[in-house]
Ligand binder design. Structure first.
Ligand code: NAP
Length: 522
């Protein structure tokens, strides 16, 4: 049994009291334990502010970019070990594990690249200088500097590697030290990542700390120069952002939460075409990859009324090919959900959907996984539910079933109808739309953009290149309005904004030019 220590105030520390036990969800065998009881969280916050922040701010942006590159390389050197841990603690197939682990090193690498061009600057300009006097001898310009506190990164159970990598990349490049707190149930991978980085000797002192489990009173020590970057359920997000201390001290909070993402098929897409194949392939992948436990998974599939029969049959046929079981068995193509609580939530959610619609495949009954001991493991079958009316089926727009579960719904084929129905999800991370008619696609983009953080357009020209709507790219915004948390992460250098202060500087153009280093891009 591995004991997960926390890395706080420069030391690896073990909590007291009864530990939480981390299991292999494929078999329910215990694999690790952790406790954070009795640890001094106030000291960790102070250590980040007093040691980590100054150490990072001493580095130029280019040097911080080099740090991210070194982090990416160090993690890459331990890739196989991390993949194995993600498979054991997360119930990931190898391909799921790569999605998470390679996503972390890839995002760190991408930010190393974005940051490289910033060279020896320590502050970033935001926009060009603006003249403040008629003859131009007095100007103003916005400067972006790192916030002076600590960024606490609270992550969801489904991406222990990527969730850490993507948040840390932006915070560290901006110049803020981080305290990462993975979900307790899958903390193994994050714990090992921080251990690898510590052992590699590349981290400036105090720049990265780890809480391997419950966060105790950590958040109550945050203040106006600190950031809480949260990913998880809408309920927890609401609780954290409403904490008295967080509100009173105006702590910056970013929430990445639930999302009922949509895939929309245009009218008239030929079932024999490559575009139709892309649609089917994407929907099946986005329903079953990581056992549907992706914030970007497709939950609602909108199809023109006359295509519902055909699409339902094709999706059922594809989903029936999925082999559910112990991810240590090479024949398995989809693992279990990650925790016993997730299994209970999945079953209840499937029952709620099936009660309102027609169950086409799957269901909530217990199943044994291929290669798993009988009665053990948190297995859910790929599940597809059909609804005859998309407007009356409120449950499908309100309940996120966080597993391999999605629903098929009719619409009238117009962008107007699709947009109205997609908006019933009250704000999503991503929506995908499949069609070749430019007018239809334009109608989708103009109407979807208000309610969706990202719009993935599948058309015949991208059938070979497009990698699916579930893949979050470092160069593009991640975060959606409303229910999705109204947060914003990534998006190239704009992903640093969460961790920066913007200040307007007024003065002599020559003085400002020197301070800003002549740069006009930010
Ligand atoms: P969760 O139960 O809300 O937990 C998320 C994180 O919050 C965990 O690290 C958890 O720690 C921590 N937490 C819970 N209560 C806390 C408290 N009182 N103080 C401080 N931290 C607290 O969510 P989850 O079950 O891990 O994740 C599933 C959800 O995340 C899904 O709804 C999914 O849609 C969403 N998600 C969203 C995104 C996105 O980018 N938008 C990405 C991934 C997942 P413990 O584990 O120690 O309780």
């Amino acid at each position: 049994m591995i004991t997960l220590k926390s890395f706080m105030s420069g030391n690896w520390q073990e909590g007291t009291g009864k530990p939480s036990v981390l299991v292999d969800p494929s078999t329910e065998e215990p694999i690790a334990e952790s406790s954070t009881e009795g640890l001094d969280f106030a000291a960790a916050v102070r250590y980040a502010r007093e040691v980590g922040g100054p150490a990072l701010r001493k580095l130029t942006l280019g040097e911080r970019a080099a740090l991210l590159k070194a982090m990416s390389k160090a993690l890459g050197a331990h890739r196989d070990e991390l993949l194995d841990m993600a498979m054991r603690n997360g119930g990931n197939t190898k391909s799921d594990a790569k999605f998470d682990v390679d996503g972390a090193s890839g995002t760190l690498g991408a930010y190393a690249y974005f940051g490289k061009g910033l060279g020896d600057a320590r502050l970033m300009p935001d926009g060009d200088a603006v003249p403040l006097s008629r003859d131009g001898d007095w100007v103003g310009r916005h400067a972006l500097v790192p916030k002076g506190g600590v960024a606490v990164l609270v992550n969801a159970f489904n991406f222990p590697a990527w969730g850490f990598g993507e948040k840390a990349a932006c915070a560290l490049l901006a110049g803020m030290p981080v305290i990462v707190k993975p979900a307790t149930s899958t903390a193994l991978v994050t714990w090992r990542m921080v251990e690898i980085l510590d052992q590699a000797g590349i981290l400036p002192e105090g720049s990265v700390q780890l809480v391997s489990g419950a966060p105790g009173d950590l958040l109550s020590h945050l203040g106006p120069q600190d950031v809480l970057a949260f990913t998880g359920s809408a309920d927890t997000g609401l609780h954290l952002r409403s904490m008295q201390e967080i509100l009173e001290r105006n702590v910056t909070v970013n929430i990445e939460a639930d999302s009922l993402n949509s895939a929309v098929l245009a009218p008239g897409v030929d079932p024999g075409s490559e575009l139709y194949e892309l649609f089917l392939k994407d929907v099946v992948r986005e329903t079953t990859q990581k056992t549907g436990q992706k914030c970007t998974a497709v939950r609602r599939i909108f199809v023109p009324t006359d295509a519902v029969e055909r699409v339902s049959a094709d999706l059922v046929a594809r989903l029936e090919e999925v082999v559910v079981g112990n991810t240590a068995d090479p024949s398995v193509t989809m693992g279990p959900v990650t925790t016993a609580r997730q299994l209970r939530d999945n079953r209840a959610g499937i029952d709620a959907l099936a009660a309102a619609g027609t169950l086409l495949l799957g269901g909530s009954e217990p199943i044994d996984g291929v290669g798993a001991p009988a009665g053990k493991g948190y297995y859910v079958r790929p599940t597809l539910v059909r609804f005859d009316s998309a407007r009356t089926a409120s449950v499908v727009h309100e309940r996120e079933v966080f597993g391999p579960v999605s629903s098929i719904l009719p619409y009238d084929g117009t962008p107007e109808d699709a947009a109205e129905l997609v908006a019933l999800g009250n704000g999503s991370l991503v929506a995908s739309a499949y069609g070749d008619d430019p007018e239809w696609l334009e109608g989708i983009v103009t109407r979807f953009a208000q309610w969706n953080g990202r719009i993935y357009l599948g058309s015949s020209g991208v059938t070979k290149a497009a990698l699916g709507s579930g893949l979050v790219m470092a160069g593009l915004l991640h975060g959606g309005p409303g229910r999705a948390g109204n947060g914003a992460e990534l998006g190239g250098l704009s992903g640093l904004r969460l961790y920066q202060r913007r200040s307007a500087v007024q003065g002599d153009p020559a003085v400002l030019a020197r301070i800003f280093g002549g740069r006009s891009d930010a």
